[in-house]
Design a protein around this ligand. Structure first.
Ligand SMILES: NC(=O)c1ccc[n+]([C@@H]2O[C@H](COP(=O)([O-])OP(=O)(O)OC[C@H]3O[C@@H](n4cnc5c(N)ncnc54)[C@H](OP(=O)(O)O)[C@@H]3O)[C@@H](O)[C@H]2O)c1
Length: 326
C-alpha cells in the first residue's frame, strides 16, 4: 500500500510517497482502507516539528480520514469488515491503509459521502466543544470568528448559527468572506484591510461581542479581546499566524471577561462521555441540514505535497481533501 511519509522534518516538499507493507490489526485495533483524508493545519506544523506533539520518524502525516473497515483485531466489537467509518488519527491518515485503535472509529452517518466524512469530526468537534462547552455561547449572543473561512473557523460559523447566535466572520479576502456568508455568517470583516475594532463597534452599537473564536493568534488576538463586551469570552484555539500572543491582564479585568483555553484532543481523552454527547449533537445537526462540510478542493493522495503547500500559504478555504484508492 502507498503512504505519504515524513522521513525528515521540513516543509511539505520534503515529504515522499512510498510503498509499505499493509498494516495488520492487533487486539483492539482495526485496519481501515482509506477513501478520503482531510488536511488540518496541525499536519503542516507536525511535519516541521513545530506542533505540540511530535511522532517518531518516519511517520505519515494526516490527522483524520474516512474509509471502509478492512480487518478487525481480537476483542473488537461493534465494527466489522465492510463498515463505513471515520476517525481522527492524530497522524498516519495520508496512506491507503491505516491501523487505528477501534475505540476511535465512528460510523459514518447515513447519506454522508467519504469526502464530507473525512472533513467532519476534527473541525466540528473542536468548534462544538469550544463554543458550547468552553464558551457557553447562548442564543442571541454575538460571536466573532477569526480565520472564519478556514477548517475550524467555518465549522464555528455554522455551529454559532445552529446555536442561534449572531455571527461576525473575519477573514483575509472577499472570496473567503463570501464562503463564510454562504455558510451563515451575518456580517463579514476583512481584517487585513479594515479596522476590525471600529467595524465591530459599529456592528454591535458599541456593546462589543460576547464570544471570540480565535484559531489565528498573532496580531489579531488583542484587538479581538478589546472588542469583547462585559463578561466576554476569548476562546484560544490555535496560532496559525505563527506568533503566540501575549495579553495584558488588565483587559480581562476591566471587562469581567475570560480567556478560555480549548484542547479538543485532550477533552476527547479525558471526558469520553461528554465527547460522545458532542458527536451525537453534531450528527443530529448534520441530519437537520445545519452542518454542511465545505470541501473546497480535492487532490489525489499522490498530490499531498501540493495540497499541504496551499494550506501553509493561507490559501485553503473550508477543507481540502485527499481522495484515496477506489
Ligand atoms: N485547540 C484545539 O483543540 C484545536 C483543534 C483543531 C485545530 N486547532 C488549531 O486551529 C488552527 C486552525 O486549524 P485549521 O485546520 O482550521 O486551519 P486552516 O483551515 O488553515 O485555517 C486557518 C486560518 O488561519 C488564518 N491565517 C492567518 N494567518 C495565517 C498564516 N500565516 N498561515 C495560515 N493561515 C493563516 C487563515 O485565514 P485568513 O487568511 O482569513 O486569515 C486560515 O483560513 C490551527 O492552529 C490548529 O492547530 C486547535
Amino acid at each position: 500500500m502507498k503512504a505519504v511519509l515524513c522521513k525528515r522534518f521540513g516543509p511539505p516538499e520534503s515529504l515522499v510517497l512510498e510503498e509499505l507493507p499493509s498494516p495488520r490489526a492487533g487486539a483492539g485495533e482495526a485496519v481501515v482502507s482509506v477513501r478520503a483524508a482531510s488536511l488540518n493545519f496541525p499536519d503542516v506544523l507536525m511535519i516541521q516539528n513545530k506542533y505540540q506533539f511530535t511522532p517518531p520518524l518516519p511517520f505519515s502525516p494526516g490527522s483524520e480520514m474516512a474509509g471502509v473497515v478492512k480487518e478487525v483485531g481480537a476483542g473488537v466489537h461493534g465494527f466489522k469488515p465492510g463498515d463505513r467509518v471515520l476517525a481522527v488519527t492524530t497522524y498516519g491518515a495520508f496512506a491507503e491503509e491505516v491501523k487505528v485503535d477501534a475505540a476511535r472509529l465512528v460510523p459514518i452517518p447515513a447519506g454522508m459521502d467519504f469526502n464530507s466524512a473525512a472533513a467532519f469530526l476534527l473541525t466540528y468537534g473542536t468548534s462544538d466543544h469550544a463554543l458550547r462547552d468552553r464558551g457557553q455561547l447562548r442564543a442571541g449572543e454575538t460571536l466573532l470568528v477569526l480565520g472564519a473561512a478556514g477548517g475550524v473557523g467555518l465549522a464555528a460559523v455554522e455551529i454559532g448559527k445552529a446555536l442561534g447566535a449572531r455571527v461576525i466572520a473575519c477573514a483575509s479576502s472577499a472570496d473567503k468572506l463570501e464562503v463564510c456568508r454562504q455558510h451563515g455568517a451575518d456580517e463579514g470583516i476583512n481584517y487585513t484591510t479594515e479596522n476590525m475594532r471600529e467595524k465591530i463597534k459599529g456592528l454591535t452599537g458599541g456593546k462589543g461581542v460576547d464570544v471570540v473564536y480565535d484559531p489565528v493568534g498573532g496580531a489579531y488576538t488583542e484587538p479581538a479581546l478589546r472588542s469583547t463586551g462585559w463578561r466576554g469570552r476569548l476562546l484560544v484555539i490555535g496560532f496559525t499566524a505563527g506568533e503566540i500572543p501575549k495579553i495584558p491582564l488588565n483587559l480581562p479585568l476591566l471587562k469581567g471577561s475570560s480567556v478560555v483555553g480549548v484542547y479538543w484532543g485532550e477533552f476527547a481523552r479525558r471526558e469520553p462521555k461528554a465527547f460522545a454527547a458532542s458527536i451525537g449533537q453534531l450528527g443530529a445537526w448534520y441530519r437537520e441540514g445545519k452542518l454542511k462540510p465545505h470541501v473546497s478542493q480535492t487532490f489525489a493522495l499522490e498530490q499531498a505535497v501540493e495540497a499541504l503547500k496551499l494550506m501553509a500559504a493561507r490559501k485553503a478555504k473550508g477543507k481540502i481533501v485527499l481522495t484515496v484508492g477506489a
